[in-house]
Every structure is written in structure tokens, then in C-alpha cells.
Design a protein around this ligand. Structure first.
Ligand code: ADP
Ligand code: ZN
Length: 518
């Protein structure tokens, strides 16, 4: 079997002339019988990577995919293309499943979609064992890793299930979001040789990243929707309450919006999702319960009205914009108080201590993303282990404000951190610098420090923001999880020695717009 045959199927069955980046390499490896990990961005075309081999192989391809609603859509689409595909899921009766199994044994299908939870049943795994499975495609493969942001225990059952299948199917794992560590973990758990990872990189050239700070969220969203009237988009918020609030705000302002969160009844959710998919509403306001696997290609913008808990989650959700390859926007509205909500989620979660610690650290990275003045795309790619140049498109790359020399203020902050022996976090550092007089300060005798009050006259909030900036820019680092403390980095030391200057773009003095013609 060769690539020419795959090229043929691409054209005749799917109607595409060329492979997208990565597809060829993945399909070639799969056809050569190698276990493979495919890391491709959302919308990169991962489905074809297993659908084409499935059509070329003798035997069955089983696709493990986490969303039942998506499964049905995919299967319908394949059937429309004349491909024999089906699914088995928990919505089916015992009889239906039995019947389907018989058909599968008779070789009636090329592709079978299942949810990972199916593998929790050893009976089901045994039944699978009777099928001539050639290829096991595992979508959203990052869910297998506890290092990832969306770990699902059912995915762990995969490795044991695979071992129990008598046909020893080969494995193709696919994901749009994997740090180096997660990729390693996937490879190890699914017996994929590390050099059989195909990674097309995470850059999405049609996605414009932006961070919005210090603006009224409602005003911003309404203005944005007015300027982009008729375009489809998703607005994410962290809580159901906020989702409901924004949705009603929009509807009140004549924007057709539906909402989606786990607290809504199944049928309401399904209806709202379809309204959005079929363009009956313009905007979907949702918690992170919405979106995994949603194949709506014309989403023009994704706005996060509140900051999510991890950069992986952010990029994955943001990546739902522009799957059709056309220019699209991903906007993060950031307020420190929203990061506190995520902090609260972690505090109150049932994760073990180690996992919690990791989650706090991930949240800190997310805040750094919001506070960096460097290229946003570069920041994300670096996080995923990829070196790149500034994108030239994001809100930081196009920020034309003049950078100010803030070395003196930076030195004040850094020296205060040193005086505090790196034992305190952002809040206390800002209080000491501004000369706050409260119990905490008195109890620890912090008012006796030489740096106490050296930034008196500045607001605590703006000193806090300066600290965030210095952290995002790498002069300070935060150490620890739940209550991170600040420490000066090597670059920070250079600043203290006076051998490096610090520049920061700050808000221009607002010039009042003069109304034209009165
Ligand atoms: P992913 O799962 O990676 O997010 P999909 O497999 O859903 O992406 O593909 C995204 C879109 O791109 C789909 O509409 C798909 O039909 C289309 N697509 C995939 N491969 C190609 C190709 N080689 N040429 C043109 N369009 C493609
Ligand atoms: Zn940029």
C-alpha cells in the first residue's frame, strides 16, 4: 500500500486535491504499520489521518472519541460520503448493540466509533476482541495523560484494552494540545516510539491572538459584536451564572445568542448547540463544557470573557475559531479577579496535593500570558516547546504604544523582593512598597525594611500590575503553587546591578476625541 493510493482516496472520496501539512507523513507511517502520534492544530485535518487508512486497510478501524454528539455527526458525514461507518454508545439498547456487533463481525463496516467509557466494561473489550481490528485511532489523546489539562480516567483503560485485543491493532493517537511532557506520556502509554511522533507545530497563522485588559467586559463585548455583526463566535465564561448573565445581556441588546453549560438539560443543550451549528443564532455563550470536537468551520471569533485555568485549555478553546482557515480572532479579556475564580476552583477541587500544585502553576502561566508584552503566539508556542519568531499580528506585536524606561521602578520592586528574602507573594510585596499599614505588615515588622513605602503614592493595584509584568517578562519568578512567593531571576539580578534596562509599554495619556462637526 502506498501514498499514491492514499492520494487517490483523498481526491475521489473526500474531494480534496492536496494533503494538509502533516497528513501525508501521518498516513504514510500508519500505512507502514507503525504506531503513531499525530500532533496537529485544531482544524488541521486529523480525521482524515485515520479515515483514509481505514479505507485502504482490510479489517476494521476503531475510533475512540470522547463525545457522543460528535460521534453521530462524524458517522453521518461518513455515511453521506458512502463510507460504512457506525458507532456504539451508551444511548443504545442492549439489543441494538448486539445487532451492531453481529454486523461488525460480518464485516459490514470500515469504521467503528466508540466512547472511551465503553472500555471500562471488560465484557465490551472481550466483544471487541472478536472483531478484525486493524487500527485503533485515539482522538483527543492528551486525555490519557495526567500531566495534561483534561485527564480522563477512562483513557487509562486504553492501554490494557489494547493488550487484550488478539489482533494486536496498531495505534494512531491524535491531539491538538500536547506539551512535550504530555506527548512523551502518550507515547509511553500507547507504545509509540518517540520518533514516530508527527508534529506539525501549533502555530495557527489565521488566528489573531489578543489580550484585553482594563476594560469594561460588557461594553467591550457589545462593541465587538456590533463591529462584527453577523459573524459567528463563541464567548466563554468560567461559571454557569456568568454564562447566563452574558447570554441575557446579549439577547437584551438584540444579539442572537444561545447558551451552553453542564447545568442545562440534555435536550436544551442539544437544541442550543444545533441552533449555533446551523447559524440560527450568532453567538454561543458557554462554559468549557462546550466545544470539544465541535466542527463548525465558520467560527470567526472566540472571546474569553474570563480567564481559563490553563494555557492548554485556552489555546484549545481559542482554536475553535477559524477552522476553515480564514482570518479569525481569539480574544482574552483579563482581570486578576477572574484568575482568583480559577484559583478558587482549584482550592475546592478534589485533586490530590500534587495535582493541585500543578494546577496552580498552570494558572500562573496563564496569568503570565495575559501580562506579557511579548508576542502572544510566540508565548504559546514556547510553552508547547516550539521556537518561533514574533507573529507580527497579535495585539502585542501590533501594540504601537511607546515603550517607557521603567528601570528605576523595576529596581525598587526587585530590591524589595530581595529584602523580603523571597518569602512573600505579590500582595505583600505591593503592600510593603506602597507603605501599607495593616496587621500583616505590623506582625512581621515589615515596616522596618528599607524598601517600605518607597513607592508610596502609587496605587497598590498598579504596583501589583507592575509585578505581574515583571514576572511575565522574566525578571521575577513565582515559586510554589497555592501561595506562590516571588524571587528575583538571573535577568532580574542584572537589572538590580544596573546592567540591564527595563522597558514597558504603558497606557498613553488619554486624548479626548474631538467630535467632528460638533
Ligand atoms: P481536526 O480534527 O484536526 O480539528 P478535522 O479533521 O475536523 O480537523 O478537519 C477540519 C476541516 O478541514 C474539515 O472540514 C475537513 O474536511 C477539512 N480538511 C481536512 N483535510 C483537508 C485537506 N487535505 N484539504 C482540504 N480540507 C481538508
Ligand atoms: Zn505576535
Amino acid at each position: 500500500m502506498d501514498l499514491a493510493a492514499a492520494q487517490q482516496v483523498l481526491k475521489t472520496t473526500f474531494g480534496y486535491d492536496e494533503f494538509r501539512p502533516g497528513q501525508k507523513a501521518v498516513i504514510e507511517q500508519v500505512l507502514a504499520g507503525q504506531n503513531t502520534l499525530a500532533v496537529m492544530p485544531t482544524g488541521g485535518g486529523k480525521s482524515l489521518c485515520y479515515q483514509i487508512p481505514a479505507l485502504l486497510f482490510d479489517g476494521l478501524t476503531v475510533v475512540v472519541s470522547p463525545l457522543i454528539s460528535l460521534m453521530k455527526d462524524q458517522v453521518d458525514a461518513l455515511n453521506d460520503n458512502g463510507i460504512a461507518a457506525t458507532y456504539i454508545n451508551s444511548s443504545m439498547s442492549y439489543q441494538e448493540i448486539y445487532q451492531r456487533m453481529q454486523e461488525l463481525r460480518a464485516g459490514d463496516y470500515t469504521l467503528l466509533y466508540i466512547a472511551p467509557e465503553r472500555l471500562d466494561s471488560s465484557q465490551f473489550v472481550q466483544d471487541l476482541g472478536q472483531l478484525p481490528i486493524k487500527l485503533l485511532a485515539i482522538d483527543e489523546a492528551h486525555c490519557i495523560s495526567q500531566w495534561g489539562h483534561d485527564f480522563r480516567p477512562s483513557y487509562l483503560a486504553l492501554s490494557t484494552a489494547i493488550e487484550q485485543l488478539p489482533t494486536h491493532p496498531q495505534v494512531l493517537a491524535l491531539t491538538a494540545t500536547a506539551t512535550e511532557q504530555v506527548a512523551q506520556d502518550i507515547c509511553q502509554r500507547l507504545a509509540i516510539a518517540p520518533d514516530h511522533e508527527v508534529n506539525t507545530g501549533f502555530a495557527r497563522d489565521n488566528l489573531n491572538l489578543a489580550v484585553v485588559k482594563d476594560q469594561d467586559t460588557d461594553r467591550y463585548i457589545l462593541d465587538y459584536l456590533k463591529a462584527n455583526a453577523g459573524e459567528a463566535g463563541i464567548i466563554y465564561a468560567s461559571t454557569r451564572k456568568e454564562v447566563a448573565r452574558i447570554a441575557s445581556l446579549l439577547n437584551h441588546h438584540q444579539v442572537k445568542a444561545a447558551m451552553y453549560h453542564a447545568g442545562l438539560d440534555d435536550d436544551v443543550r442539544r437544541k442550543n448547540q444545533e441552533d449555533f451549528l446551523y447559524d440560527r443564532v450568532q453567538v454561543m455563550v458557554a462554559t468549557n463544557a462546550f466545544g470539544m470536537g465541535i466542527d463548525k468551520s465558520n467560527v470567526r471569533f472566540v472571546i474569553h470573557a474570563q480567564v481559563p485555568g490553563t494555557l492548554e485549555a485556552y489555546y484549545q478553546e481559542a482554536g475553535r475559531a477559524g477552522r476553515d482557515g480564514l482570518p479569525s480572532e481569539a480574544i482574552l479579556i483579563y482581570r486578576a479577579s477572574d484568575a482568583q475564580i480559577q484559583h478558587f476552583f482549584i482550592d475546592n477541587s478534589e485533586m490530590d496535593e500534587e495535582h493541585k500544585h500543578r494546577s496552580y502553576r498552570k494558572l500562573q502561566v496563564m496569568s503570565q500570558y495575559a501580562n506579557t508584552q511579548g508576542c502572544l503566539q510566540q508565548f504559546i508556542l514556547k510553552y508547547f516547546g516550539e521556537a518561533s519568531k514574533p507573529c507580527g499580528r497579535c495585539s502585542n506585536c501590533t501594540d504601537d504604544r511607546e515603550a517607557q524606561d521603567i528601570t528605576t521602578n523595576a529596581q525598587k520592586v526587585l530590591s524589595c523582593v530581595v529584602r523580603l528574602h523571597s518569602r512573600f507573594g505579590k500582595g505583600v510585596v505591593a503592600q510593603v512598597l506602597t507603605g501599607a499599614n495593616n496587621q500583616r505588615i505590623r506582625d512581621s515588622n515589615l515596616s522596618e525594611l528599607s524598601t517600605y513605602g518607597i513607592m508610596a503614592g502609587q496605587r497598590q493595584k498598579s504596583v501589583g500590575e507592575l509585578i505581574e509584568f515583571l514576572t511575565a517578562a522574566g525578571y521575577l519568578q513565582s515559586v510554589g503553587g497555592q501561595y506562590p512567593t516571588l524571587a528575583v531571576t538571573q535577568t532580574g539580578v542584572e537589572v538590580l546591578k544596573g546592567s540591564t534596562q527595563v522597558y514597558r509599554k504603558t497606557a498613553r495619556t488619554v486624548e479626548r476625541a474631538v467630535p467632528v462637526n460638533g
